[in-house]
Design a protein around this ligand. Structure first.
Ligand SMILES: [Zn+2]
Length: 86
């Protein structure tokens, strides 16, 4: 198992998403972390869930809309990969 493959301060240019699970993705968005404990559900995917701390933070302008859209894009890629295991 590989950990710490993402140098957080470098953003996503070296982001190897093939190594990440969809349910771990939010951990790689460092400004998301402080809002995750506001999610109502443990294991919240931060996409379709109600009472999601991440979605609320986006609405409140605490997380940039761009970053959240990026998150969704990557999340969907990861989900797709997990559902169609190679
Ligand atoms: Zn959430």
């Amino acid at each position: 198992m590989k950990m710490n493959i993402l140098p957080i301060h470098h953003g996503f240019s070296t982001f190897d998403i093939t190594e990440i699970k969809s349910n771990e993705l939010a951990e790689y968005f460092k400004e998301f972390k402080e809002h995750i404990n506001e999610c109502e559900y443990i294991g919240c995917g931060h996409i379709k869930e109600e009472n999601c701390g991440i979605k609320k933070a986006v609405q409140d302008g605490k997380i940039s809309e761009n970053r959240y859209q990026n998150f969704i894009k990557i999340y969907e890629v990861l989900k797709d990969k997990e559902e169609h295991k190679w």
